[in-house]
Design a protein around this ligand. Structure first.
Ligand code: NAP
Ligand code: MG
Length: 483
């Protein structure tokens, strides 16, 4: 079993306390590594290193920083297979998806390198009166704390780190404690590139200590966070003490609206994939299906038949499409919600049990599940399940009503509309309260396109020039040119 260290100020160190914790392979339940149990003392060291590194890093030209981002991307590509193996072992994501995520992580750095140099505007000039020029200048903020979730560990870190670092901030990364190994491997990759000490620091340990210490540290200027709504609220509260900038990518309970004129085959096929991808541990997963009464039976039947075809298996096997969920704790959370759904009167028409046949009798597996008859007030209609569980709401017949029901939720991350009438789809999009509305399509966000929620799903964006703006602050310099 390998014992890891944290990456602070360009060196590998254990926790000041000397404590460690163990991490488990969710497919086998075996302990795979020991990781330092960081706490406030380690956070202080990392923030101090990042603070000291900031002036020099921020003072480099954008061309130089972008070159470094491209070197990082290249090194990630070279280690893609190794990173994917670590991700599968630590997170349980099937190899086929894990390798795709390694390359997607490299693309984040390539995108940041290009966008921060060529697309993003870090300045403007206003000439409102003769003799007066107003320079608008975007600057890095300083030390950024990047706190990320376990559902796509390396990719989530890459999304924040690439942008923040590229724009001249220095970074303290806190990956989710149960899935920090791919981020620590990224630290080893960065070490070989001989980057300035302190520009990237990686601290391992739980949110309750490491995350809170980062969120309250006076020298942290920005928190880039992806995770649950509950933690986002806590971070905002802690960050308010010193008015830190917060960029929050939080949860969703994403409505899928299937209209009576939808291409039911395509809608069902794509919705199954969107629901079961990464064992449902995706923020954009369908959370609530609203299907028109005229196509409800056909859509449901096709959805169930599609879900039945998905191969649940060991994440190391090539043909596996769905691996285990990330931890025993998360499996228990999903099972608790399934139980609550049944108690509150929804009908469990597919799955939801643990597999019992070896080798799947070990590991944190949950079979794909489908509920029907879900009512708006039920827990499973309101809370994010973050697992392979589809919730079919009662069939609808009124467009106005379904839009109201879709919007009746605290989250506003994303939504899906299926219709052959694109103009109608666009009218729905205007009225749906979500950061992203997809019409006749599903699939992940692209780096070029902003991603971020409305309402309790977050503040700010990942990706695109808008996402880049979140990692800078705007300075106004007003000059009297006649003086
Ligand atoms: P989480 O429980 O909120 O944890 C996210 C990160 O916050 C982890 O690193 C966690 O540390 C840390 N943390 C926990 N408590 C903290 C505190 N009091 N102060 C500071 N940091 C703290 O989320 P998760 O369970 O890992 O991930 C699932 C959630 O992420 C879902 O809600 C999902 O929708 C959301 N998500 C959103 C997006 C998006 O783009 N909108 C993308 C992916 C995931 P430890 O876990 O180490 O304790
Ligand atoms: Mg959590």
């Amino acid at each position: 079993m390998r014992e890891y260290k944290m990456w602070i100020n360009g060196g590998w160190v254990g926790a000041e306390s000397g404590k460690t914790y163990t991490v488990v392979n969710p497919a086998t339940e075996e302990v795979i590594a020991k990781v330092p149990l960081g706490d406030k003392a380690d956070v202080n060291k990392a923030v101090e290193a990042a603070r000291k590194a900031f002036p020099t890093w921020a003072g480099k030209s954008q061309v130089e920083r972008s070159d470094i981002m491209n070197r990082i991307a290249h090194a990630i590509r070279e280690h893609a297979a190794e990173l994917a193996e670590i991700e599968t072992m630590d997170h349980g994501i099937p190899q086929s998806s894990a390798i795709f995520m390694s390359y997607a992580a490299a693309e984040k750095f390539e995108w940041a390198a290009y966008a921060s140099k060529n697309i993003y505007s870090n300045g403007d000039v206003l000439t409102l009166q003769p003799g007066n020029k107003i320079l608008l200048q975007r600057e890095p903020i300083g030390v950024s704390a990047l706190i990320t979730p376990w559902n796509a560990p390396l990719l989530m870190v890459a999304a924040k780190l690439s942008v923040s670092l590229s724009l001249g901030n220095t970074c303290v990364v806190k990956p989710a404690s149960i899935t920090s190994l791919s981020t620590l491997k990224l630290g080893e990759i960065l070490e070989k590139l001989d980057l300035p000490a302190g520009i990237v620091n990686i601290i391992t340990g739980p949110g309750s200590t490491v995350g809170e210490a980062l969120s309250t540290h006076p020298d942290v200027g920005l928190i880039g966070f992806t995770g649950s709504c509950e933690t986002g609220k806590r971070i905002m509260e802690l960050a308010s003490r010193s008015i830190k900038r917060v960029q929050l990518e939080l949860g969703g309970k994403n409505p899928v609206i299937v209209l009576e004129d939808a291409d039911v085959d395509t809608a069902a096929e794509k919705s199954v994939s969107a629901q079961l991808e990464n064992t449902g541990q995706v923020c954009a997963s369908p959370g609530r299906f609203y299907v028109h009464t005229r196509v409800y039976d056909e859509f449901l039947e096709k959805f169930i038949s599609g879900a039945n075809k998905f191969i649940v298996g060991s994440p190391d096997e090539k043909e596996t499409q769905i691996g285990p969920v990330v931890s025993a704790e998360h499996r228990d959370h999903i099972e608790k919600l399934i139980k609550r759904g049944i108690e509150e009167g929804a009908n469990l028409v597919l799955g939801g049990k643990r597999p019992t046949t070896p080798p799947l009798d070990k590991g944190y597996y949950v079979m794909p599940a489908v509920f029907t008859g879900v009512k708006q007030s039920m827990t499973i209609a309101r809370e994010e399940i973050f697992g392979p569980v589809a919730c079919f709401m009662e069939p609808f017949s009124s467009d106005d009503e379904v839009i109201e029901l879709a919007n009746d939720n605290a989250f506003g991350l994303s939504a899906y509309v299926w219709t052959r009438d694109t103009a109608k789809g666009l009218r729905f999009a205007d009225r749906i309260c979500a950061g992203t509305v997809r019409i006749n399509k599903s699939g992940g966000p692209m780096d070029e396109v902003p991603w971020g929620g409305f309402k309790e799903s977050g503040i700010g964006k990942d990706g695109s020039k808008y996402g880049l703006e979140d990692f800078t602050q705007l300075k106004v310099i007003s000059v009297d040119t006649t003086a």
